[in-house]
Design a binder for this molecule. Structure first.
Ligand code: GAP
Length: 512
């Protein structure tokens, strides 16, 4: 069941606390484009860094590259994007709204075997029941007598030319305004150089993957890599989506983290694919997205992309429905053979051990940073009733980010801002920790308020310099000892004392 209120709360929190803003907001915004504020930029960077560390630096079989965003236009002819990277688009002539045909569903309203009209709806979690209700409403409005048949749901892409004028527009609810679907290429075009003609047309890349295929040869020649091995990249991609939606889930400018894993053509690709699906799932768990949020979806053969011989998506339970987070595709040798053919340059791999020459096959885990970031926000978001220091109940909003990706790792607070000894020590702690991690110093307001402010942005640890720091701990393992601080844990809200000298050693392994 879609839960729009959670999305609204997360969107509002992102705006209020500086995670994500609408792009160019002072000019009214630009649909499908977003800006990341101070906390969002930090969170995104932490996600990217965690992936790069685990995918590239900590593996001896994957190397990283950064290819250009604008590539030779022939790359996109060879890859099939110029001819085939399109979505079927439908216009509503009355409302001037534009829809993806494969996101409009419709059904005939059949009473006693006679078609009495049509109903339609945009893709959602309950298409069939919504269409059934709409069919009942139509029957009632038209005062038709007889038995209504259960609706047979169809996609607008399957509508016959005779049916199209009879299907109501999802924008107006009235038939007669929808155009037949036509292909709309999702690549953004631009022009390279001063000439503005056909010869200067170029594209903003719609995926980072082609960089890895086009650079396959130089990487093999220079990278000291041996099959099986991967080439990875993180970078911006652009798609002129017809209906960008669900906040940053489907946008027009987004960031991908893709890895092409090259294997022997006779290797067991299903086994490799399975290993990568498991790797991706475990990695998501390692950055705080619990296994309960995840599921797998294997694409049916007839729905595979032009390059794929098998794709499994890792799905995430977003508030607006279970949706694709990470696709793991077996691309065969489609891309290398296309680029060899179109460029006229052989892209064979020479295997020293067997003296064989061949085009490797590929397993590709491809994911969007923005989609992971949204999944992290959704999985981390919680509201709970807690009791404050005066015994009063209050609601706290908390983002339970894994310390590894949390934008701020530690909040540092002097208990009182008008006690120079406390402030000086807190500033000292801040300087020590700031050299190693993102920290936030806050001396304004009651300590409980300061904790709540950090809870809301997902800061996992709070350090308070208090009177026991100066006078000696009252009890516990450090009783009588000065130079200890209160360490507060965000999720349990438990507090413990820890010597200032032990802070770095305690925090570092948790936040890296
Ligand atoms: N190289 C293969 C490829 O690009 P894809 O399924 O089209 O495959 C891979 O994209 C991933 O990129 C998706 O699983 C998703 O996480 C992300 N992605 C794709 N389109 C996106 C969009 N419009 N906005 C945000 N993320 C997107």
């Amino acid at each position: 069941m879609a839960d729009n209120s959670i999305m609204e709360k997360i969107t509002a929190l992102c705006k209020r606390r500086g995670f994500i803003f609408q792009s160019s907001e002072i000019y009214g915004g630009l649909n499908g484009f977003f800006d990341f504020g101070p906390l969002g930029a930090e969170l995104k960077r932490n996600i990217r860094n965690a992936w790069w560390t685990d995918m590239v630096q900590r593996r001896d079989d994957v190397v990283g590259i950064e290819s250009s965003i604008i590539m030779h236009p022939d790359v996109w002819k060879a890859s099939g994007h110029v001819d085939g990277f399109s979505d079927p688009m439908v216009d509503c002539k009355v409302s001037k709204q534009r829809f993806r045909a494969d996101q409009i569903f419709f059904a005939a309203v059949t009473v006693d075997g006679q078609v009495q009209g049509y109903v339609s709806i945009l893709e959602n979690e309950s298409v069939e029941s919504d269409l059934q209700k709409a069919a009942e409403t139509l029957k009632r409005k038209k005062a038709i007598q007889g038995t209504l048949a259960p609706v047979a749901v169809r996609c607008f892409t399957e509508a016959t030319p005779e049916e199209i004028p009879l299907i109501p527009s999802p924008a107006t609810g009235e038939p007669g305004s929808l155009t037949p679907p036509r292909d709309f290429n999702l690549m953004f075009q631009t022009q390279v150089g001063a000439l503005k003609d056909e010869s200067s047309v170029a594209y903003l890349r719609p995926e980072t993957a082609q960089g890895m295929f086009v650079d396959f040869k130089p990487v093999v020649d220079t990278g000291r890599v041996k099959l099986p091995f991967g080439i990875a990249q993180i970078g911006k991609s652009f798609r002129n989506e017809i209906t960008p939606r669900n906040f940053i889930f489907r946008s027009r400018e987004f960031e991908q983290m893709e890895m092409e894993y090259f294997i022997h053509p006779e290797a067991d690709w299903k086994k490799h694919q399975r290993e990568w699906i498991d790797w991706c799932k475990n990695w998501l768990i390692s950055i705080g997205i619990g296994a309960d949020w995840l599921s797998e979806y294997e694409h049916p053969k007839e729905k595979l992309s032009h390059y794929s011989r098998g794709t499994t998506d890792i799905m995430f339970k977003y508030p607006f429905g279970v949706q694709e987070l990470w696709g793991i595709a077996a691309r065969g040798d489609f891309d290398l053979s296309q680029h060899a053919k179109h460029s006229g340059k052989p892209l064979d791999y020479f295997d020293e051990a067997t003296k064989q020459k061949f085009l490797p096959h590929v397993i590709e885990p491809a994911v969007g940073v923005d989609r992971i970031l949204l999944a992290c926000l959704v999985a981390a978001y919680a509201e709970e009733t807690v009791t404050d220091e005066k015994g009063q109940s209050e609601m706290r909003t908390v983002l339970r980010f894994s310390p590894r990706i949390a934008p701020v790792k530690v909040g540092i607070f002097p208990l009182l801002k008008n006690k120079p000894e406390l402030v000086a020590l807190a500033r000292e702690v801040e300087t020590t920790l700031r050299a190693h991690m993102a920290v936030f110093y806050d001396e304004s307001g009651a300590i409980g308020r300061r904790y709540r402010r950090q809870d809301e942005i997902g800061t996992p640890f709070g350090i308070t310099v208090d009177f026991e720091t100066l006078e000696g701990a009252k009890d516990g393992a450090y009783a009588g000892q000065t130079g200890t601080v209160t360490l507060r844990h965000r999720d349990s809200m438990k507090q413990e004392r820890i010597p200032i000298a032990d802070l770095l050693g305690y925090l570092m392994p948790k936040v890296l």
